[in-house]
Design a protein around this ligand. Structure first.
Ligand code: ZN
Length: 422
């Protein structure tokens, strides 16, 4: 029997949230069948062997790539002929330089080019956000590489479909945009195996499975829900007997594949359609973030993707930033009058008291907003920093979402630093 890995880590983000779970399992190769091998690491790496050479699917983050390569080479030393990139996130393409050799074809969907250019174009913007979200040192960012400055490694790019034969095995590739616009699915008919990258986060095996991140708050372009739904349908139509994910465990058996992917697809559809209906009825984004909940029958957690963030991602993805309020049309933000509010209140103390009362009443986000007001007036106000820390701790203790937890911990660290520097 296949060894079922219980590692349930992350993350479809381009950056690993935590490698600790991965570390435990990286020393093992999982044999999916006689020809497919998997290294469960930060971005799973797969090898498909054929009598004419091997195919690698994804290359892991650069930090983990060498170990993955060593492990796979120990299983089979025949030459690699193709590298297939399910998408352009760093946890899937970071190992390319290690694998790349003259004569190896590297295949990606055509949107890969713009996707990695976009990531490179905004490297200076993303670096501190990724560092904060994943609690890691900020990446050194060099001079701006320009709008089209990314290193484009693929040698074969395709639009909708691409097929090739190797050693009598047919490899079929399909464009399946979802978590990123360049996502592809590799289908090997002979093994009824579909490699779908991060379009299904293989976390949550066993249950509960998590809702996806239709918007990643570290900063992403809109992830188009309807594309994602169509891509899952494309995978389901293949009737796979095994689905190999970019993270976490494979899904075995067509019945289980169908059950999981259908539920995932239907959940995305439910949230998308609820947002669209709400928008058409004139509801604002915050109302919809509060109102839209997945019915319990979906039995999905929000440990990875949060429904409310996805609601806002879909809303803003369709409509952009303007909310019909003339006061938000201008370059003067609400925070410009925060110091005036503090003065009008007679100083920080009444507002800090109010923040603590809000917290006491179980309204920690309102407490945070009030500390924002006071800290705009006096960024070193220790009472406001103390109230802020309490509100952040309150939220962290109750938080069940990995990504949210990361940002709360970032806020807690920053607040503690400010308090310590008093
Ligand atoms: Zn990933």
């Amino acid at each position: 029997m296949h060894r079922i890995i219980t590692v349930a880590f992350l993350l479809c983000t381009g950056i690993a949230l935590s490698a600790s779970a991965a570390d435990q399992d990286q020393t093992k190769v999982v044999k999916i069948n006689d020809s497919i091998y998997m290294v469960p690491t930060t971005g799973n790496v797969y090898m498909v062997t054929t009598p004419a050479g091997n195919v690698i699917i994804d290359t892991a983050m650069s930090d983990f790539a060498a170990e993955a390569k060593k492990l796979l080479a120990a299983e089979n030393r025949e030459p690699v002929k193709y590298i297939i990139l399910t998408h352009g996130h760093a946890d899937h393409i970071g190992g390319i330089p290690l694998w790349k050799e003259p004569g190896i074809e590297i295949i990606a969907q055509r949107n890969y080019v713009e996707f990695v250019n976009y990531v490179t174009r905004l490297e200076g913007f993303f670096a501190p956000r990724n560092a904060a979200a994943f609690n890691r040192p900020a990446k050194e960012v060099g001079p701006w590489a320009g709008n089209y400055g990314a290193n484009i490694e693929p040698t074969i790019l395709f639009d909708q479909e691409y097929k090739f034969m190797l050693g009598g095995v047919e490899f079929q590739l399909f464009s399946t945009p979802g978590e990123t616009p360049d996502h592809l699915t590799l289908w090997i008919p002979a093994y009824k195996a579909a490699f779908i990258g991060d379009n299904y986060a293989g976390i949550g095996i066993p249950e509960p499975m998590s809702f996806p991140n239709i918007y990643a708050i570290r900063g992403t372009k809109p992830r188009w829900a309807l594309d994602w739904i169509n891509s899952i349908d494309k995978v389901l139509a293949l009737k796979p007997e095994v689905v190999l994910n970019g993270h976490g465990d494979p899904i075995f058996g067509n019945q289980e594949v169908t059950r999981r992917l259908t539920r995932y697809r239907d959940a995305i559809q439910y949230v998308h359609d609820a947002v669209v209906k709400g928008m058409n009825s004139g509801k604002d984004v915050f109302t919809l973030m509060q109102e839209i909940r997945l019915p319990p029958s979906f039995n999905l957690s929000e440990s990875f993707g949060k429904v409310s963030w996805s609601v806002r991602g879909i809303y803003d993805g369709y409509a952009g930033w303007f909310d019909m309020n003339p006061s938000t049309m201008y370059e003067v933000p609400p925070s410009s009058v925060y110091p005036d509010l503090v003065r009008a209140a007679g100083g920080p103390d009444p507002l800090v008291r109010l923040a603590l009362e809000k917290l006491e009443a179980g309204r920690p986000v309102e407490a945070l907003h009030l500390t924002d007001v006071v800290l705009a007036y006096d960024q070193k106000n220790s009472a406001a920093l103390g109230a802020r820390l309490k509100a952040l701790d309150y939220l962290r203790e109750r938080c069940e979402n990995y990504v949210e937890a990361g940002w709360l911990e970032y806020g807690i660290t920053k607040t503690k630093e400010k308090l310590a520097s008093q």
